[in-house]
Design a protein around this ligand. Structure first.
Ligand SMILES: Nc1ncnc2c1ncn2[C@@H]1O[C@H](COP(=O)(O)OP(=O)(O)OP(=O)(O)O)[C@@H](O)[C@H]1O
Ligand SMILES: [Mg+2]
Length: 229
């Protein structure tokens, strides 16, 4: 398993009370799986993804990535794992305003002082996203959907073993969303595990498995592509 989560809980204070944004979630994700996480706004999808990405510490439960428990890693080891083996496309805008599209894609990779020049692969990814001619543009001059595709290219640059995407098609038209889903499906076929939170039922159909969340819990585990839905 590339990812195993057991009995995760995360609580937040709400007025006088405490409520669980994530309430006893267990799941596994194998290499090459494309899993969609659906559920109404506020049901805990982003909170769960942040825990699975190692950005948020759960109050209870555990996450292991390729057999390594996050709880056993120090900050440095955890951020190395996150930066090299995991791609995370967060919900909403995440590009740096003072850098071009191409620089945004390359920057996190370059900061890790990896050998080689990632610019060619970055450009190829931008082209794959239909943004070859926008490489020199700054985020302010990109549409919401274009900016989202730059963030996708950035997440894919290190060839992650796990790609987590939070509403990656939220601001895309149907055709562009379908193109992105085909790219995710192709990445999964090459062995990367993909976990995507989405409200977009058309997008969710590309998944090989659909998880539905309600009030912090996984309530339904259904089939997607190939499962007759
Ligand atoms: N830092 C926080 N402090 C307090 N409450 C929070 C915090 N982050 C999230 N919540 C609450 O936890 C619940 C789950 O939020 P989350 O962002 O995980 O939902 P979501 O399923 O991703 O929703 P959406 O589909 O709108 O993105 C919400 O009720 C939210 O208000
Ligand atoms: Mg969310």
């Amino acid at each position: 398993m590339i990812l195993t989560a057991q009995a995760l809980r995360k609580q937040y204070p709400r007025g006088e009370q405490v409520f669980y944004a994530v309430d006893g979630v267990s799941l596994t994700l194998a290499a090459g799986e494309f899993v969609c996480l659906t559920g109404r706004s506020g049901c805990g999808k982003t909170t769960l993804l942040n825990i699975l990405a190692g950005l948020l510490t759960p109050d209870a439960g555990s996450v292991s990535f390729a057999g390594q428990e996050y709880a056993d890693l120090d900050d440095k080891a955890l951020s190395r794992l996150r930066n090299t083996r995991l791609g995370y496309i967060t919900q909403g805008q995440s590009l740096l305003a003072n850098f071009t599209a191409l620089q945004n894609v390359v920057l996190p990779y370059a900061l890790r002082r990896r050998p080689g020049n990632p610019a060619n692969r970055a450009l190829a990814l931008l082209e794959q996203m239909g943004l070859g001619s926008a490489a020199a543009q700054y985020p302010a001059s990109l549409s919401g959907g274009e900016a989202r595709r730059v963030a996708i290219a950035r997440a894919l640059l290190p060839e992650p073993e796990l790609l987590i995407a939070d509403e990656p098609t939220g601001d895309l038209d149907g055709e562009t969303a379908a193109e992105i889903m085909r790219i995710f499906a192709a990445i999964a076929e090459q062995g990367t595990a993909v976990l995507m939170a989405t409200h977009d039922t058309a997008a969710a159909r590309y998944g090989s498995r659909i998880l539905t969340m309600r009030a912090g819990r996984l309530v339904k585990v259904g089939g997607g592509r190939g499962a007759g839905t």
